[in-house]
Design a protein around this ligand. Structure first.
Ligand code: NI
Length: 138
């Protein structure tokens, strides 16, 4: 573990009260842990905006009975095969499928993959979650 540094932060009372209520609901044991996660989250967002290398998970829900949807989805996934680490397919109901795609690469390319899947007719919902890669920076 790298060396810890301490710093003081001054906040208005309503803001610190709201922050304390928030971190209690999130089950943080102390403010330091919560602030660390907020900083990491901001840095991941920055990496994402700047097109850095990130890990991403795309969760999608679609109707597999929709004509040619599965074939179009597979074509898109093959177009982005260098990004995709793994996929998992779950049969949710008779019509609905849940697909989870784990990817690693440039943030804007993962976003492009997610957008391409979302625009297909028959895809009901897509969500993209991005996380940091590597422990060298934070
Ligand atoms: Ni299925």
């Amino acid at each position: 573990m790298s060396k810890l540094y301490r710093f003081g932060v001054s906040l208005e009372k309503p803001l610190i009260d709201a922050f304390d209520r928030h971190i209690k609901r999130q089950n943080y044991k102390n403010r330091s842990e919560a602030i660390r996660d907020l900083i990491r989250s901001e840095l991941v967002k920055k990496q994402w905006k700047e097109g850095g290398i990130v890990a991403g998970v795309i969760v999608m829900n679609y109707n597999h009975h929709k004509r040619e949807l599965v074939s179009k989805m597979l074509d898109i996934q093959h177009d982005f095969q260098e990004l995709i680490i793994s996929t998992q397919h779950i049969h949710l109901t008779h019509h609905e499928c849940l697909e989870i795609i784990a990817a690693k690469g440039k943030a804007d390319e993962i976003e492009q993959l997610s957008n391409s899947l979302q625009s297909l007719v028959g895809v009901k919902h897509v969500s993209l979650s991005i996380s940091a890669v590597g422990d060298g920076t934070f």
